[in-house]
Ligand binder design. Structure first.
Ligand SMILES: *Cc1c(COP(=O)(O)O)cnc(C)c1O
Length: 393
């Protein structure tokens, strides 16, 4: 990163970066360029841009001025050499894997990756002759041993869904690099405000922009940031398979990024307050939140994260009847999948993210049937606690 960029805080970066020289007729905000195609009167200039030797745009499946602003903001927020964007988070995940892997390659990852990612590992990559080994998530020794047996791509996610397990990024990136692997981290749960995997040695960091980056449950997108040579390979694949972020959606994401730091700091605070309240409530069996001092991942999280994030999971004493009556009693929460929105979102993984698994398979992942995952919004903490207290009582 240029020296000038290094000393700027994330709040300032999110507001200003990528916006230089974009004003159209004096507009202070980024124009939404709906144009699919870009015209050239000068054939030589057209050829230079088309060949990638001069800056400019040809066709919006490849690049677009509005989309580029979103990518530049994310590049700076992650402190990366380069960034490229996608229509969804899963497009970011699948394009990264399919662009960088080929038959005979070997991937090491964890059992607790996001459901869609796990499907790619178990169903699609093996179909193309890629070997995948998924290790027990918090078992760093087993992960290191699996990497030692050969690893072209080490894929990590921390904190994980839905039990907030924590991986030591620096330690595992070191193991991956010793074996020549590309190290990828899904940073969706932490957001760039709370965690910077590239500073800890990762080569690529990716996000579902649908979650904290968008922050309002009204836009889908994805982004990959990191080493320039790798990002260029992934972009080359994406511009052909067409999983492109649309300009109007890129504008939503640009606007959302401007409040990212404010939202995430508030969500960190609310989640910590709610976790503390839940820990003391007799109807709650266990709370899963890396900010709690007795949480198994606390020590690593405390070292590698600036904040513990806006997600809290907890299991209720009793069974599905208790879950049903608790969820029905909440006023200030959408009972829905997804996360990272300004409004609190809540749901049991047994009926949302992990619905396709049997109760036994869920138990093997350490997911109790009465587990509830809560993505805490930016409401006032006292109101959330009061709402939860009423529903739990
Ligand atoms: C939601 C999510 C994804 C997939 O993102 P989409 O935008 O839904 O495609 C990937 N990784 C994590 C950790 C997620 O939470």
């Amino acid at each position: 990163m240029a020296e000038r960029e290094k000393n700027i805080g994330p709040g300032t970066r999110a507001v200003w970066s990528g916006e230089e020289g974009l004003g159209w007729q004096g507009a202070t905000q980024v124009p939404v360029v709906h144009s699919v195609t870009f015209g050239f009167d000068d054939l030589d200039e057209w050829m230079e841009v088309g060949a990638g030797r001069a800056p400019g745009h040809i066709y919006s499946r490849n690049t677009n001025p509005t989309v580029e602003v979103f990518e530049e903001k994310m590049r700076q927020l992650e402190g990366a050499e380069a960034a490229t964007s996608f229509a969804t988070g899963m497009a970011a995940v699948s394009n990264t894997l399919f662009a960088l892997l080929e038959p005979g390659r070997r991937v090491v990852s964890i059992r607790d990756t996001y459901g869609g990612t796990s499907r790619i590992f178990l169903e699609f990559l093996p179909r193309y002759g890629v070997e995948v080994e998924l290790c027990p998530t918090e078992d760093h020794e087993t992960l290191e041993a699996a990497v030692e047996q050969g690893c072209d791509l080490l894929y990590l996610e921390t904190p994980t869904n839905p039990t907030m397990k924590i991986l030591d990024i620096e330690r595992l990136a070191r193991a991956g690099h010793a074996r020549g692997a590309v190290v990828v981290v899904d940073n969706t749960f932490a957001s760039p405000i709370n965690q910077s995997p590239l500073e800890m040695g990762a080569d690529l960091v990716l996000h579902s922009a649908t979650k904290f980056l968008g922050g309002h449950s009204d836009a889908m997108g994805g982004v990959v940031c990191g080493r320039e040579d790798l990002v260029r390979e992934i972009f080359r694949f994406r511009e052909i398979n067409g999983a492109t972020l649309a300009a109007p959606v890129a504008y939503f994401l640009i606007r959302s990024l401007k409040t990212l730091e404010l939202r995430v700091l508030r969500q960190n605070e609310n989640a910590a307050g709610l976790a503390r309240f839940l820990t003391g409530h007799p109807a709650v069996e266990r709370v899963y939140f890396p900010g709690l001092e007795d949480d198994p991942g606390h020590e690593i999280a405390d070292r590698q994260m600036r904040g513990f994030g806006g997600l809290v999971s907890f299991s209720l004493r009793g069974g599905m009847d208790e879950v049903r009556s608790f969820l029905g009693g909440l006023r200030y929460a959408h009972r829905a999948a997804s996360l990272g929105s300004v409004g609190t979102l809540i749901g049991p993984p047994a009926v949302t993210s992990h619905v396709e698994l049997t109760p036994e398979a869920r138990a093997e992942l350490g997911i109790p049937e009465t587990l509830i995952r809560c993505s805490v919004g930016i409401e006032n903490l006292e109101d959330l606690i009061e709402d939860f207290r009423r529903a739990l009582d």
